[in-house]
Design a binder for this molecule. Sequence first.
Ligand SMILES: Cc1ncc(C[n+]2csc(CCOP(=O)(O)OP(=O)(O)O)c2C)c(N)n1
Ligand SMILES: [Mg+2]
Length: 590
Amino acid sequence: MGTSEPQVVTASDVQQHAQSQVTDGFHLVIDALKLNGIDTIFGLPGIPITDFTRMAQAAGLRVISFRHEQNAGNAAAIAGFLTQKPGICLTVSAPGFLNGLTALANATTNCFPMILISGSSEREIVDLQQGDYEEMDQLAIAKPLCKSAWRVLHAEDIGVGIARAIRAAVSGRPGGVYLDLPAKLFAQTMDAEAGRKSLIKVVDPAPRQIPAQDAVQRALELLKSAKRPLIILGKGAAYARTDAEIRSLIEKTGIPYLPMSMAKGLLPDTHEQSASAARSYVLPEADVVMLIGARLNWLLSHGKGKTWGGKSHKDWGGQKFIQIDISPQEMDSNVRIDAPLVGDIGSCVSALLAAIDSNAGSNWAKPPAEWLTAIAERRNKNIAKMAETLAKNPTPMNFHSALNVVRDIIKANPDAILVNEGANALDFTRSIVDMYRPRKRLDVGTWGVMGIGMGFAVAAAVVSRLPVIAIEGDSAFGFSGMEVETLCRYDLPVCVVVFNNNGVYRGTDVNPTGGPDVAPTVFVKGARYDKLIEAFGGVGVHATTPAELRKAMEQAIRSRKPTLINAVIDETAGTESGRITSLNPSAKKK
Ligand SMILES: Cc1ncc(C[n+]2csc(CCOP(=O)(O)OP(=O)(O)O)c2C)c(N)n1
Ligand SMILES: [Mg+2]
């Protein structure tokens, strides 16, 4: 400047900056997200998005940083499930993108709304494969693994890109969306006013989809004809947030119901119409089954075979199905659907309720008493048998005696969110721990994937501010265990309980050669997972009895301090793959 005057920032400088005539890609992305009610980003910084995370935080977004992108991705996915807004995961290029991609694919499989936003490298170099820093054609790789994938090359298209991503994630069947933002986009500038005008506030991002009246009538007629009706609730029903209508449908019709894992608590598991404890009786015996936001995938034995009373593996059991789903393509995916009811779950259930009222008024006939009595008998017998097992207090502690404690803790704290993964640690928790409120059980979902634990726990605590309890197999925990630092860094009210049975399924396998390597399913014996969290200032507890476990869990809930309890479980107690042993291919030649 050639003058000796001191440089001072005047008030008018500041004002001018605030009313800056230009904006850039960084700010347009942030503004577009904020405009659409997004208040949290789950991610991991690095080139080219480090400054973006800083600016997002400065602009008032909550930026939750993780130690691995897969955990940030899982956090975003479950935040989407819990809020019906797309969860945002932000990563760097190639390896960061790939780390996040597993979570994106898992979100799509589970119908969780999520947007993976990844920075990417220089297009010209990537496309000619000239070896750029973290070079990868991310868009092409993401495409088959999510609902939609787009790249934004120009700052003026950011508004459209974010709007489409939001719509794609939450409308129809929710799922994962990929948004590719090249490094150069962030620094692009444009006129601020034109930039503001280019942004889109999405109107009605997940439009209701009203079912056709004749489809409603068809479903109702079939339901009326049933002698042994059954309702199955899937996590789609939980996601729909139409809890009162679903409860009313179940209670008005008097039909027994089965909740799938993440639909537990939609009605309290202690509800008298719950057939959970008589599952193996009701599936083959039912004559008409109404699926609400549940798919006939492997978790329901594809709606056929011996589970459903079929004579052999792929045999139809004779049931007629009513299926409520937002996706018409879901119908007939495994067996014939006699009454498809396509629409959003809220609209479908409301339409059914209205039809029931106008058809039958208060005269809707409850299912025949023989059916209800037969179910009640089995249920009561199984519950009594379970109570006996739970009352035992063996040494060392086993899954049952430990879960008896968790069961009491959840009963006393029904608003706490339960995250759950593992094999035995998963299956026993699902069947032993009753849930009382909707969307409180978050688990491995459709894929039975390990690694969701800490990502889900962080997001559940962040979006709900409620206490979170994560019941983790020791193997399962290892997939995301480093995020205990994240729990401590954000001081989240999460109590992790590692069910430590020294390995995958159990800790007793031996190396058949007698060599020095342990068996592939076995870990370090007597590991102290509680010491991990102490490294970051969290509370670690070593629990070898139900009494110690109870005291530690109660303390964790009371204090809201990040806590990790190493619960020592009998290493002989588990079974191979938990409840799904039969899915292991068995070698002809041993
Ligand atoms: C990403 C992924 N990798 C591997 C598996 C296979 N698998 C299923 S359960 C499990 C761990 C079971 O051990 P643990 O969590 O300790 O539960 P336990 O049965 O011992 O209670 C593994 C590795 C998987 N489901 N997902
Ligand atoms: Mg284990």
